[in-house]
Ligand binder design. Structure first.
Ligand SMILES: [Zn+2]
Length: 102
């Protein structure tokens, strides 16, 4: 996976953020669907296949991550803690990329 390289802190408009996110993971755009005191819901949208979206939920209380993709459901079998969608969101957050609300 390509790394997102930006200086922290960084504030970007939606267009610039989308470009960086697109570059980082070629076919995905990320939005914040919802952000409240309990959880943040991110939506990953494929720009290659228009109908395909995945929702990644960060539970702020338990600090746990979930995703509604098939890989997350079967991650135990794959011996992985997270799916690629959660890993991607975590990289964006670690790199200080601000994700716009939809
Ligand atoms: Zn996923």
């Amino acid at each position: 996976m390509n790394e997102v390289k930006v200086d922290k802190p960084v504030i970007m408009n939606k267009k610039v953020a989308q470009m960086i996110q697109h570059h980082a993971k070629k076919e995905k755009i990320v939005y914040v669907l919802e952000d409240n005191k309990d959880e943040t819901i991110y939506m990953l949208k494929s720009i290659m296949r228009d109908s395909q979206t995945y929702n990644v939920v960060h539970d702020k209380v338990t600090k746990s991550w979930t995703c509604d993709c098939p890989a997350f459901k079967f991650r135990g079998r794959l011996k992985k803690e997270f799916c690629k969608h959660i890993e991607f969101i975590k990289i964006l957050l670690d790199e200080g990329v601000i994700i716009d609300s939809i």
